[in-house]
Each structure stands twice: as structure tokens, then as C-alpha cells.
Design a protein around this ligand. Sequence first.
Ligand SMILES: C[S@@+](CC[C@H](N)C(=O)[O-])C[C@H]1O[C@@H](n2cnc3c(N)ncnc32)[C@H](O)[C@@H]1O
Length: 283
Amino acid sequence: MESGQASKTAMRVAMRRAAHQMIDHPLVFEDPFAVRILEPLLSVDGHNYEIKRSKHPVSKAFRSYMVGRSRYAEDELALAVQSGVRQYVVLGAGLDTFGCRNVNSDLNVFEVDFPATQSWKRDLMSSAGIVPPENLHFVPVDFDKSKLNVELQAAGFDAGAPAFFSWLGVTMYLTIAGFRQTLEMIGKLPKGSAVSFDFSMPRQSLGSVERMALDALAKRVAAAGEPFTLFFTEEELAEEFKRANFERWEFVNANEMNRRYFEGRTDGLKLVGGAARLTTAWR
Ligand SMILES: C[S@@+](CC[C@H](N)C(=O)[O-])C[C@H]1O[C@@H](n2cnc3c(N)ncnc32)[C@H](O)[C@@H]1O
């Protein structure tokens, strides 16, 4: 992340979620705020590329992945809430709108993000007339520099109670030290805590088609000033989970995502291979 600059990739992901609401039926991921929060940018050339190109097969594949991963994380969150969790931390929140859609008044939501991205988001919310609910807490943090636990607790987070974390589209931009510091913090929380996130597999572990997809995406994000820096195989990540005190975990690939969320569609919306995987790890 460039210092003092809001994340450009956060806007692109949000544009894809907005395109999903505007174009795709049925919805895989329902988000009535996705379009609203982007209102001032929707008609700006250069920003709305993902909407203009939304029928292109490559655009559809990326959009499927972005909405699929949000759905996956929120499905895991719902299970955690059912079992009594009352704290949700959205790490690297970007323009994620769960905090505004949250129907559980006793579920506290903590949005953690790079300070410049967060202040840009708050400006967009204010322009759209979106008033943050009382149980939505903003926590500006650079994962590579600040202590997440200190900042979270200063914002009212209870480290003595379980929490669910999502960390979507972020780990691939971090240093290994920043990644471990965050994972270790979650691993010290009480049982019942969990984290869902996506990660990128290393280039050398991929087949030729997946490698081409990774190269194309890596080129785009690097051009936006946010190059991929961190990669894991499933075996390497399992070691990270063990080190950080997690008890069990799952890995979810594109085929499983398609089975869960995209089966029976006639519009061709589905994940197409790629280097990304989803995971949830439980304490
Ligand atoms: C691709 S966006 C994903 C945003 C959001 N999770 C979503 O799915 O829409 C990446 C997010 O990670 C955040 N990020 C990247 N590096 C970070 C860092 N070192 N500290 C805090 N946030 C960071 C960016 O500000 C941005 O919001």
C-alpha cells in the first residue's frame, strides 16, 4: 500500500459487487448498500470499468470470485453468530458494507483498514447519506506497522470474548511478519473464535492455466501500486495455523465454491480456476 493513499483495489472489488447487484440474477451475494456507497463514482470513466465490462467472460469470472468470497465469509459469520459470537472484525474492510446491513443489534462490528482507505470510505458513506450504526466501530490500522490488538481494544473490542474475523483480498498484499502478527492475535482469543480469508497459491505450485490467470491478475494489481507479496500452499498455511494455536481449518477451492453457490445458473456466472483459495480456521 502506498502511504497516505486509499486502496485502488478496494474500489475495484466494490465495483464488482455493485455490478453483481445491477446485472446478475439470482444474486449470490445480496448487498443493497453496494451500489449506494459507490454512487458518486459509478459514472466516472476509469472507475466504472468493471461495470462497463461486466458481460465479458474474464470480468464475470472475477466478479464471481469476489461475490463468492464475500458470501462464503458471511455464511461462516452467520454460523459463528448462531453459536453465540457477538463480535465481528472485518480486516482490510475496503468498501465492505456488512456494518450497515447488520441486523443483529447485539453484534458489534469492527472495521479495520489502512487509514487512508478508511477515511476515503467514510467520506463516500457520508456523501451517500449512509449514517454508521452505533455498533459499527472504525479502527484505522496498518497491519505491517501497528499492533492490531491494542487498536481494537481501544475501539471497544473485548479480547476475553470470542470473535469472528474476515480478511478478504488482503493477505496477498502483506509481509509475512504482518500476516503472522494478525493470525497470532486471533489465535490467542477464546475458543469459538475463527477467521475466514482468501490467499494466493505460489506460482510454482500451479498448473499452466492457473499460472496464466495469476500472472494476469498480479500484473493488474501491481499496476495499481498494490503488488502481491505473500503466497502460501495449503500445507504452508496449515503450519501457520498450527503455530498460531488454531485447532482446525478447511480449504475451499473454485470447484467447491461453484458447488456451493453457483450450481444450476444459466448466465455462466462461476469461478474459473485461478490461484486463489478460501479458508476458515477455528480456535
Ligand atoms: C482488495 S481490497 C479488499 C477490500 C475488502 N476486504 C473487500 O473484499 O472488498 C484490500 C484491502 O486491504 C487493505 N490493506 C492492504 N494492505 C493493508 C495494510 N498493510 N494494513 C491495513 N489494510 C491493508 C486495503 O486498504 C484494502 O481495503
